[in-house]
Design a protein around this ligand. Structure first.
Ligand code: NAD
Ligand code: UFG
Length: 335
């Protein structure tokens, strides 16, 4: 099988690249490096012993996207490419809508033109908006609290429409919960630009001494210890979900959707305590006011992925904390 990974140089894409190569799948990574480094390709080669083919492409560029499809024969596409920072999307909404929607539409036109019929898409739990947990795939979507979330919601609608119109098309929407951790080698991991927005990279950078202390956003939520509760999922488990989704997409047509989460919720204080205990490092913190737009509790019902894809998360919170720290401590400045 020959599979295109758009945005494959990024955090989740690079881990999926390793899983696919190890499964004997031939991959081509295409990325514009707007939020990633070319060094990822060396690291994937170090881990797998195989350097993936890479093509520099901006998927908003129709000519470049067509040239990629003209020169390759793909059996399927995993579409990771997109901008993903929630706060930035509120400050630069048009850039987010332009990049995330345009790249997807351009990709879909090229897939139609070159007769590629299988797509796995990186969606997000953010499409559920403010709904009570556990979230199932039939929980209503929409009511997103930021432009980033709306791009995911809109792309889901576009992909459903594309499947309605083309009975040969097979699309799998994967709604990720909160990915963290890194490959156990410590050679690839999350490499955020500037000060991290997300919890685990912030904790890791405090532990490594790059940041002074963690700011916990609120301890007055209606949760067991008052801090926000999320469903954290190891990125290597997430990567396996993409392989399973690809195989599923081969056997069927139409648009289907799966939550990828563990089904367990952990609070911010659970994360800090587990990270400190597992890694033997201090994570000083202060309690700050709530962050606007944050929800108290978000976690998945992951049963559908287990029943239909045969996928479950295998790694626990200790694995996630250990592997995040292994990556961060060996790569304190990122790539
Ligand atoms: P990432 O930023 O590490 O990876 C995205 C990659 O896409 C980057 O390498 C970037 O350079 C590339 N890219 C962006 N726009 C592009 C374009 N127009 N053309 C070509 N390449 C482009 O992010 P990630 O964490 O690996 O996330 C991958 C996907 O999963 C994204 O679509 C993201 O929205 C989604 N997602 C991520 C999370 C998360 O918490 N990490 C949660 C839910 C969903
Ligand atoms: N938090 C802090 N301090 C920080 C960062 C986060 O206390 O410095 C808290 C948040 O308040 C929240 C929890 O840690 O309770 C997790 O926050 P993240 O920013 O790591 O993750 P979110 O749940 O806010 O959002 C993430 C991604 C979104 C994605 C969503 C899917 O950033 O893109 O998960 O559930 F849509």
């Amino acid at each position: 099988m020959n599979v295109l990974l758009t945005g494959g140089a990024g955090y989740i894409g690079s881990h999926t690249a390793v899983t696919l190569i190890n499964a004997g799948i031939n991959i081509v990574i295409a990325d514009n490096f707007s939020n990633s480094s070319p060094k990822v390709l060396d690291r994937i080669a170090e881990i797998t012993g195989k350097r993936p083919e890479f093509v520099e492409v901006d998927f908003c560029d129709k000519a470049a996207t067509d040239a990629l499809f003209e020169s390759h024969s793909f059996d399927g596409v995993i579409h990771f490419a997109g901008l993903k920072a929630v706060g930035e999307s509120c400050r630069q909404p048009i850039r987010y809508y332009r990049n995330n929607l345009d790249s997807t539409l351009t990709l879909l036109e090229a897939m139609a033109k070159y007769n590629v019929k299988r797509l796995v898409f990186s969606s997000s739990a953010t499409v559920y908006g403010d709904q009570p947990a556990p979230l199932t795939e039939s929980t209503p979507t929409g009511n997103c609290s930021n432009p980033y979330g709306w791009t995911k919601y809109m792309i889901e609608q576009i992909l459903k429409g594309a499947c309605d119109a083309d009975p040969e098309l097979s699309v799998v929407l994967l709604r990720y919960f909160n990915p963290l951790g890194a490959h156990e080698s410590g050679k690839i991991g999350e490499n955020p630009n500037g000060i991290p927005n997300n919890l685990m990279p912030y904790i890791s950078q405090v532990a490594v001494g790059k940041l002074e202390k963690l700011h916990i956003f609120g301890n007055d939520y209606d949760t067991p210890d008052g801090t926000g509760v999320r469903d954290y999922i190891h990125v290597v488990d997430l990567a396996q979900g993409h392989l399973d989704a690809l195989h599923y997409a081969e056997k069927r047509t139409g648009c289907d959707v799966f939550n990828l989460g563990t089904g367990k919720g952990y609070s911010v204080l659970d994360m800090v305590k587990t990270f400190s205990r597992v890694n033997g490092v201090e994570v000083p913190y202060v309690i700050d006011p709530r962050r606007p737009g944050d929800l108290a509790t978000v976690y998945a019902d992951p049963k559908k992925a287990e029943t239909v894809l045969g996928w479950t998360a295998k790694r626990n919170l200790e694995d996630m904390c250990r592997d995040s720290w292994n990556w961060q401590s060996h790569n304190p400045q990122g790539y």
